[in-house]
Design a protein around this ligand. Structure first.
Ligand SMILES: Cc1cn([C@H]2C[C@H](O)[C@@H](COP(=O)(O)OP(=O)(O)O[C@H]3O[C@@H](C)C(=O)[C@@H](O)[C@H]3O)O2)c(=O)[nH]c1=O
Length: 182
């Protein structure tokens, strides 16, 4: 398991190191012992799954406020997605900066999303499956979100947007002068 530091402090790409043989592959995806290397000690409370049917679909941008703020690790287990995180941490020198990486079943990469970050993705193929490993329980009353096309961060989605939930389409833009969360 390799941890690749991103320009947004505390965020990583986790690169699993699969063992291959003629049957296929075996890989560890989450290992609390290895995660200590990046200072991670919180337990995983939930593992969630999503299937997105259509190429070009966007889901996001989502986060949870304190006291339900969470770390999540995101893995694409089928297909390929452009996965995006946005730094929303108050006083962070990279506040409102975003990072996007292709996660695919093939490359096995996982996004390590720290607390205080928003997350979203766009599918690059039909029928994409994601697995999420969370450190907090789902808490609708602490959910936060903003629009995927918020000009404050100007995420450069790689594909034409073909599908988005009504809820995601109605999220507000972040206010001018937004100072972050946490
Ligand atoms: C996120 C979530 C949703 N739900 C329910 C609420 C709703 O009825 C249904 C679908 O929820 P949503 O429309 O919010 O699903 P979705 O838009 O896929 O939400 C996900 O988006 C990506 C970008 C993330 O980062 C995830 O953490 C999560 O927020 O599932 C849960 O029961 N538990 C959960 O943890």
């Amino acid at each position: 398991m390799i941890f690749i530091e991103l320009g947004l402090a505390g965020a990583y790409i986790i690169q699993p190191e699969p063992h291959g043989d003629k049957r296929g592959k075996f890989a560890r995806l989450v290992c609390m012992d290895e995660l200590k290397k990046i200072g991670h000690s919180k337990e995983i409370t939930q593992v969630n799954y999503s299937l997105t049917r259509k190429k070009g679909t966007v889901r996001g941008m989502h986060f949870q406020y304190a006291p339900a703020k969470e770390i999540k690790m995101v893995k694409c287990s089928r297909g390929a997605v452009f996965d995006v995180i946005v730094d929303l941490r108050k006083d962070s020198p990279t506040l409102l900066q975003w990072h996007g990486t292709v996660l695919s079943a093939q490359n096995m990469k996982m996004m390590y999303v720290p607390e205080g970050f928003a997350h979203g993705f766009q599918t690059l193929e039909d029928d994409c499956e994601l697995l999420y490993f969370h450190t907090e329980y789902y808490s609708p009353e602490h959910e936060g979100a903003f629009r995927y096309d918020d000009p404050l961060m100007g995420i450069d989605w790689p594909e034409e947007i073909t599908e988005i939930s009504q809820r995601d389409n109605l999220h507000p833009l972040l206010q001018e002068g937004f100072r972050g969360i946490l």
